[in-house]
Design a protein around this ligand. Sequence first.
Ligand code: ADP
Length: 498
Amino acid sequence: MTATATLTTYKMYIDGQWVDAASSDHFESDDPFRASPWALIPRGTPADVDRAVRAAHKAFACGEWPKLTASRRGALVRRLGDLITEHSQRLAEVEVRDNGKLYAEMSMQTAYMAQWYHYYGGLADKIEGAVLPTDKPDTFNYTRYEPLGVVAAIIPWNSPLLLTTWKLAPALAAGNTVVIKPSEFTSASVLELMKLVEQAGFPPGVVNVVTGFGADVGAPLVEHPLVAKVAFTGSDVTGQRIYEAAARGLKHVTMELGGKSPNIVFDDAEIDNAVKGAISGIFAATGQTCIAGSRLLVQQTIHDQFLDRLVAFAKTAKMGNPMDAGTQIGPVTNKPQFEKILNYIDIAKGEGARAVLGGGRATRPECGSGWFVEPTIFEGVNNQMRIAQEEVFGPVLSVIPFKDEEEAIAIGNDVVYGLAAGVWTQNMRRALTMAEKLQAGTVWINTYRAVSYLSPFGGYKRSGIGRESGQEMIKEYLQVKSVWISTATTVPNPFIQR
Ligand code: ADP
């Protein structure tokens, strides 16, 4: 039995109010380091979704928000960025508690997150239409970029605040209103962020959060007729379902989905850097990132030597309390995911892959009762195995040898995904060729996991539709209108198109 009284109880944020779910029900959110509940989250219902979407629609159509100049709107978004900077430690602490991410990474990430609000806030009054040349006499034609309306932002559990930010900052800067549905596993940090939204002074209804499960909240949100766009990050299976539902309503979408990214090491690479690159690709964030470099492709000529050095380095990784500064690998965020990873380890063993490191639950004393998986490295993997094709979303690396560039490209691209790829080489021609040939939305040369508010991020193939971040991407939250004005003194023949 859980001592409910000791749990932190959250409320949802709808129309500028802190509210319980219409049902008054809650569900528990777990602390993955302790494998026990720490918070109670309102269990949203379709009625709550309807209320939030109507509030967002009203805030979009009338009241203060649509009347704000673009400069004022941008200033509000930047103010939210300032508040995030001010409260970044608090946000990081909640994220670590709820999600198990390392405080060492989160304290930097929450502070860095402010950049998206500053960048897109700055862009709000630089959204410019154009006066177009016209081929028709006595006409004047110009374009306006206008917001879409209510944006539904559906967020996964692996990086709740950052992935909310990637949607919220451009959506608001463009003048939309937003209903956020966080993952049922990690709702707390997004609700904490709403305290800052409130403090920044956004009018009621401009930003709303409805917490709950996919079927009760996510699906009705996507289907709501007043939602104009769905911005989703999550698995490709759920993404497909959401895309189908959004298609029924002819809604705009951006989708950032799964990955099975190749991290490719050539024999001319700086080996120490490549070892670190392989580690950061798969063990950072406990492998729970869509960009995980979960397939390590190593050129045959250095395969054994590289693997020895990789295993030696990975063995030194410290596991334990994600709040401790020295911890390098934290717990898995939730129990179903923990079980899923262990199941994939069994599948890999069954397929004939050999675990040269790890290969099961971590029972080190510093891991306590938390959901920890030993950093695991499989050799003897071929690219057709399930462990090489399916997204594990955990600290499990498949090492696959290759002969030459051509084979590296063929193996690298031989998955349904195309989110990211890493290449380790000192040869410039090779680096440029690989960057061109790899089917991925991001290619990193001699680095891994670099992302920025300045650079577009998204997927090829089943890894997604559309992009997030970068200047162009604000257009994902805008629609263009063409305005024609006649300067003719008479209306020409009305039966013939002008
Ligand atoms: P995960 O984040 O666990 O990989 P999902 O991709 O299934 O898994 O979930 C991402 C987000 O999508 C979560 O917030 C989840 O609640 C939500 N979700 C799940 N199913 C649906 C659905 N049918 N419609 C809308 N949202 C959904």
